[in-house]
Ligand binder design. Structure first.
Ligand SMILES: C[S@@+](CC[C@H](N)C(=O)[O-])C[C@H]1O[C@@H](n2cnc3c(N)ncnc32)[C@H](O)[C@@H]1O
Length: 276
């Protein structure tokens, strides 16, 4: 179900799949969407507290879990079984009783929205995953199938870590370019051009009141976080497990001079929102 190349043609998005150890690292090293942005989103789209929300490409729950505290129920749809297994484990450990894990992809959205029944689905979220999907088809299905007054939110949680505007990240990028034999430049759907294109696609699909909500924050990172985060974006085909000790040694060496002080990541989180 998962293609090795994202649909937007950015074939250097690093990730090929999210199975096995990638899913484990994803759960440990990917931050949840900031609660403050979710609160603003729910308020902005006037989402009733008992609404059903669909989080598509849910991964290990970075939106689905915090969203569950704000709605009646979340359907967390995800095509990679290992990611879904991690999400299920997390939701059990966190005692999230109103989150349902659904194995499926964007292709299954029309049938899912049809099956939700009276009242329908009030919110569709897609976070950091749209570049794997057929966006125009998804937006058309959402416009047809969401509840009346329902909303869609395309969330982007910053740019790829290795493109951060900081000296430590530039050193990381040089190291990765050297390791992989090519520069990693793709924004994986996180750039301004992608935002504009998606906004136009939402309007073309019939969504109204299209707006962008933003939240900026800064996070400290250290070399262990960088390594774990990279493993959440690199599957074993891209970086075989047997080569990881060498990869880590080299990376620690490349970042050694930055470790006197905390390394920081500036994050801009956006939610592109439309109503139907
Ligand atoms: C980068 S992760 C994002 C996970 C989570 N939403 C987050 O914000 O961190 C992308 C997710 O999209 C899923 N995905 C890939 N292709 C998909 C598709 N066609 N339909 C739905 N999800 C897909 C992947 O399995 C992966 O879990």
């Amino acid at each position: 179900m998962i293609g090795a190349v994202p649909r937007d043609g950015h074939d250097d998005c690093v990730t090929a799949a999210f199975a096995g150890p990638t899913a484990l690292h994803y759960r440990r090293y990917r931050r949840d969407v900031p609660e403050v942005l979710l609160d603003r989103l729910v308020e902005h789209v006037e989402l009733p507290g008992d609404a059903i929300a669909l989080d598509l490409g849910a991964g290990t729950g970075q939106v689905a879990v915090p969203l569950a505290a704000r709605v009646g129920a979340v359907l967390a749809m995800e095509p990679e079984p290992d990611m879904l297994a991690q999400l299920r484990r997390r939701s059990e450990e966190d005692n999230v009783a109103n989150l349902v894990c659904v194995l499926g992809s964007d292709q299954d959205v029309p049938a899912l929205l049809n099956s939700v029944g009276r009242g329908g689905c009030g919110l569709l979220t897609v976070a950091n995953a749209l570049h794997w999907m057929d966006a125009p088809a998804l937006f058309a299905a959402a416009d047809r199938g969401l509840a009346s007054g329902g909303a869609i939110a395309i969330i982007t949680h910053g740019i790829p870590l290795w493109l951060t505007d900081a000296d430590w990240a530039r050193a990381l990028n040089v190291y990765l370019a050297d390791w992989f034999g090519r520069p990693l430049t793709a924004s994986c759907g996180s750039d301004a051009a992608a935002l504009r294109e998606r906004r136009d696609q939402l309007v073309a699909a019939g969504f109204t009141e299209v707006a962008v909500l933003e939240h900026r924050y800064q996070a400290d990172v250290d070399v262990d976080y960088v390594i774990g985060h990279l493993y959440s974006a690199l599957d074993a085909d891209v970086l075989p497990v047997a080569r990881r000790p060498d990869f880590e040694d080299g990376l620690r060496q490349a970042l050694r001079r930055f470790q006197e002080e905390p390394m920081q990541e500036d994050l801009l989180v956006t939610a592109l929102v439309g109503r139907r």
